[in-house]
Design a protein. Structure first.
Length: 500
């Protein structure tokens, strides 16, 4: 690993831009992202809504084509936006409530099409239409939020602190909806509670969506964009250039591309179909829970000693090694079906994996922000939306393609939709175990290779932020006395990457 011994050239006591109320809003926004029961979405579609696996595969392919078209348009549109409220805020404010209302219909599908087979065409068409509409609306808000988060402070050290604080705080509540839902799900599946699954899913889904939207709106109405954009709106050509010329982003995208060919399924399926109780997932995670918080104390000393690149690789390789170990031992003599063996193993894996949890949450977020700042450093303008859309588009395409593959795989391994908990065949149970542990690690292993070539060393990163700080200060002084003609001339220079 590359040693990091360079002393920062930035101020040791950086200016604080974000006050207490805005910090609280930032934390609540992070909490909002985890207020969901997404871990159970597969169960919802497979066993409650019941959509045929082949229909799901077709949907993934068509949605990929649609995303490829509309995401690029959305990215350019957002990057060219200039309003008195900022570049990103209008899209979040106007999109959050309609998106939440639309999303609530997703959880009502079983009531709109009760007792229909998995191949019932009107049900699938409605589900398909809802997915396309919410995905398109969600692109506007997610792209805007990502860009907004990178502009609330120009100080990278303050941004790192906000990321860490938000993650630590959100851990206190992020698993509660899933744990409470899982407990009730087990009681229903084991006939201890007489409550229809559609009502359970709809109640939790709608309440979580409403709470998440409320937190997100509190954040967006109490936060500001502080990193100024270029005076003149970038053209489509400039937006595309921002993607093509961005070396850190190219590395990140290539890593995401290669790791995205992961074939797997949620480990929630393993606990339900093999172990017979989702509550065991919560129990297994209890010993590792405090390690989540402790792991953040490792981040700062590790960042002082090692480069961003080294820590990025460490987190990836460490986690992969642990899950391959679980997969290997679990596959021997059907150990994956023996609770006294597999459950302690899963608990031990969780403990060791959580040791790098802080790195996993902070380092990729910092790399994302470094890529956005690199664009401004090299090109003279920011293009957060286009960069974010490019990353999102690659992720969506891969998720759609690999989601189609996974749905077909689930059919091939003999998974039967709607069976009672724990009643799949032993062969199917092994595949469910493999798809939750070893197979996704093996099929995504090439994603670690591009990380070896991440270009921002400690020295280059420090120079980048020193240059940006000086340039932004000079621009602020220039704007105080400049005439309209001088401002127009400076705007052209910015887009041409000419710096004085």
């Amino acid at each position: 690993m590359e040693n990091r011994e360079t002393v920062s050239t930035l101020s040791t006591e950086p200016r604080r831009y974000v006050g207490k109320k805005e910090t609280l809003a930032y934390v609540l926004n992070d909490v909002a992202a985890s207020l969901n029961i997404n871990d159970f979405k597969e169960r919802y579609i497979y066993d409650v809504v019941k959509i045929d696996f082949k229909y799901l595969a077709i949907q993934n392919v068509v949605a990929t084509i649609w995303d490829s078209f509309n995401d690029t348009f959305i990215g350019v549109m957002v990057d060219k936006t200039r309003t008195r409220w900022g570049k990103f805020k209008p899209y979040v404010l106007l999109g959050e409530i309609p998106l939440t209302v639309l999303g609530m219909w997703y959880w009502l599908i079983p009531f709109l099409f009760p007792n229909t087979p998995a191949t019932y065409l009107p049900k699938w068409i409605f589900y398909f239409a809802m997915s396309i509409i919410t995905e398109t609306a969600g692109t506007f808000t997610s792209v805007a939020k990502t860009g907004f988060l990178s502009t609330i402070t120009p100080e990278p050290l303050e941004r790192s602190r906000l990321i860490a604080l938000a993650n630590v705080s959100s851990h206190l509540v992020e698993d509660l909806p899933k744990q409470i839902f899982g407990l009730i799900y087990d009681l229903i599946a084991n006939k201890k509670l007489n409550l229809p699954l559609p009502k359970l899913f709809s109640a939790f889904g709608i309440v979580c969506a409403a709470a998440s939207a409320a937190f997100a709106l509190f954040f967006i109405t109490n936060s500001r964009e502080r990193v100024s954009q270029s005076i003149k709106q970038p053209s489509v050509k400039h937006c595309l250039k921002a993607v093509i010329s961005n070396k850190p982003m190219r590395i990140q995208l290539l890593s995401s591309l290669l790791s995205g060919f992961s074939i797997g399924a949620s480990r929630t399926n393993f606990y339900i179909d093999v172990i017979g109780s989702i509550t065991w997932k919560t129990i297994v995670g209890i010993p590792a829970f405090p390690i989540k918080f402790i792991s953040y104390s490792f981040v700062e000393p590790l960042r002082r000693r090692f480069s961003t690149k080294a820590l990025w690789i460490l987190e990836d390789a460490w986690t992969d090694m642990l899950w391959l170990t679980v997969f290997g031992i679990g596959s021997i003599n059907k150990n994956f079906m023996k609770k006294p063996i597999i459950l302690p193993m899963m608990a031990i894996e969780e403990i060791f994996e959580m040791c790098v949890y802080g790195l996993r949450r902070v380092i990729p977020a910092e790399i994302q922000n470094e890529a956005l700042d690199y664009c401004e450093w090299k090109n003279g303008y920011r293009s957060e939306a286009m960069l974010g859309v490019t990353q999102s588009l690659i992720t969506k395409i891969q998720q759609a393609v690999m989601g189609a593959v996974t749905n077909l795989v689930m059919g091939k391994i003999g998974y039967v939709q709607g069976l009672e908990i724990g009643t799949q065949t032993d062969k199917t149970k092994w595949w469910i175990f493999a798809l939750g542990t070893g197979i996704p690690i093996i099929t995504s292993s090439l994603g670690i290779v591009p990380k070896l070539f991440y270009p921002l060393s400690a020295e280059v990163r420090e120079k980048m932020y020193a240059d940006l700080q000086e340039r932004r200060t000079s621009m602020a002084e220039f704007m105080k006395t400049a005439t309209k003609e001088e401002i127009d001339a400076m705007a052209e220079k910015q887009l041409q990457g000419q710096f004085e």
